[in-house]
Design a protein around this ligand. Structure first.
Ligand code: C5P
Length: 223
């Protein structure tokens, strides 16, 4: 659409609350670049573990961060992180990373290493000719893009979220990660004021995406 505005959509919420599936659906519907920041924290965590860094030893984390070379590979509508030129594999969804990621994500130095990288995804979306960016995570509407055009916050019953992970064949302590993510000092998981809250417990992905699209579409149609 010539002259259409470039939009930023922020989706936050707890583990397995439906963020990725709905973000993917919106990226298809509105031609937005999809950025899953959880996968960035997972990739950096896998790299920390590979280098023998421990979340309890800040020195080891800082020295691993010092020469972390991050890049972006766009595959279809998805922005994938690269570390030293390679995209991480399935190990980022495995038990070891599931157990460690929230501990590393609580470290302010590690979060600031990812801050400008995440903001830079908006430029990657513009360069790639996308109509905007849909970014999902825990602090997107509060810290990364507090001025995003649309900010959503997804909730879902914790038991159902555990079941979603089991169905995906994953071993994941959803409630434990939420507890760690909500209680950390830097950029905790919390619903930002002014964001639109959606309880996805008894909704399908299509219903959640429709609800979000009904908020987004009118402002795109405006001259
Ligand atoms: O979204 P996902 O469950 O894959 O995220 C994995 C972990 O990455 C979260 O539990 C959280 O510790 C961390 N994370 C974060 N901030 C984000 C995205 C993810 O701290 N914006």
């Amino acid at each position: 659409m010539p002259g259409a505005p470039f939009i930023i959509v922020a989706i936050d919420g707890g583990a397995a609350s439906g963020k990725s599936s709905t973000a993917r659906a919106l990226s298809e519907r509105f031609n937005l670049l999809h950025s899953d920041t959880g996968s960035y924290y997972r990739a950096v965590t896998a790299e920390m573990l590979r280098r023998g860094a421990s979340a309890e030893d800040l020195g080891s984390v800082k020295s691993a961060l010092a020469d972390l070379r991050l890049g972006t590979r766009i595959e279809g509508r998805s922005a994938r992180i690269e570390i030293a030129g390679s995209a991480p594999g399935d190990e980022i969804r495995g038990r070891e990373v599931n157990d460690a990621v929230s501990h590393f994500a609580a470290i302010p130095e590690l979060r600031s290493a990812l801050l400008s990288y995440q903001r830079g995804q908006a430029d990657a979306a513009r360069r790639g000719g996308f109509a905007g960016l849909v970014m999902e995570g825990r602090d997107i509407g509060s810290v990364i893009f507090p001025g995003a055009d649309f900010r959503f916050y997804l909730h879902a019953d914790p038991a159902l979220r555990e079941q979603r992970r089991v169905k995906q064949g994953q071993v994941d302590k959803v409630a434990e990660r939420d507890r760690l993510d909500s209680s950390r000092k830097t950029a905790p998981l919390s619903q930002p004021a002014g964001s639109i809250s959606i309880d996805t417990t008894s909704m399908t992905i299509a219903e959640v995406a429709d609800r979000m699209a009904s908020v987004i579409a009118p402002s795109l149609a405006r001259p």
